[in-house]
Design a protein around this ligand. Structure first.
Ligand code: FES
Length: 240
């Protein structure tokens, strides 16, 4: 004799049986804490996207490696690239003085106010050692461009600084993206660039300093970039 059909769809029946299984497992293992463990075990694990930082060539949107002439000194347009994961924007800046002449950015020791620890900022690369990069995710609460961006030295507000209009944090890109004003207590993570002078091409190879905001590790908690050999430049207009 066939079992009475009570109207459940097969998927509902399967789901009910699944939760019955979880309930039995939880009781057997000792209660709610164990149930949490069971649920964690049936969730897809968040895996590391990379086991090490990839080295990626910086590409223009026209599909060519960028060269020094593609980078404008003190550009008021925001120039970004994702690294080391998708949707992890980084600033790409060619820094200059108030006359828009390249300024060589020296390697420097940067303090992390939150911990008192320091790290070595790599300094600039390129023919004038003026090209630098950093995470573009504010270290206070994670605001992203265009609300956080570089203000050229000629700006009337925040000249020569990266400023976040969410709550007012300011960073100094000429000094390893160190904290100038809070509320942030962490500098922007410095993105390490290399320059091939023979080809006039730029690559990104790692990050130094604090971990990218919102991550326990720079290499996990997101998806790998589409290509394992390059990352593409994008641009945004500042909000103010
Ligand atoms: S998120 Fe940038 S200052 Fe708060």
């Amino acid at each position: 004799m066939s079992e009475k059909n009570n109207g459940d769809e097969p998927a509902d029946k399967d789901r009910r049986n699944f939760f019955k299984f979880l309930g039995v497992a939880a009781i057997a293992a000792g209660g709610i804490g164990a149930l949490r463990g069971v649920l964690e075990n049936v969730s897809p694990p968040i895996t590391a996207a990379f086991s090490a930082f990839p080295t990626l060539l910086l590409y223009s949107q026209s599909g060519k490696p960028i060269s020094t002439n593609d980078l404008i000194v003190n550009n008021s347009t925001i120039v970004l690239f994702d690294y080391p994961l998708q949707n992890e924007p980084n600033f790409l800046l060619r820094l200059g003085d108030s006359n828009n002449n390249d300024v060589a950015i020296e390697p420097t020791t940067v303090t992390i106010p939150a911990t008192g620890k320091t790290f070595q900022s790599p300094g600039g690369v390129g023919p004038h050692n003026s090209v630098v990069a950093s995470s573009a995710i504010c270290q206070h609460l994670g605001c992203i461009p265009p609300i956080i961006h570089f203000y050229p030295p000629s700006s009337s507000s925040y000249p020569g600084k990266v400023h976040c209009n969410c709550h007012g944090s300011t960073y100094d890109p000429y000094k390893g993206f160190a904290v100038v004003t809070g509320p942030t207590t962490h500098p922007l993570p410095n993105t390490v660039l290399t320059y091939d002078s023979a080809k006039d091409q730029y690559s990104v190879s790692s990050l130094v300093g604090p971990t990218i905001y919102g991550h326990s590790s720079d290499l996990s908690g997101g998806n790998p970039l589409a290509s394992s050999s390059y990352t593409e430049i994008s641009t945004l207009t500042p909000t103010s």
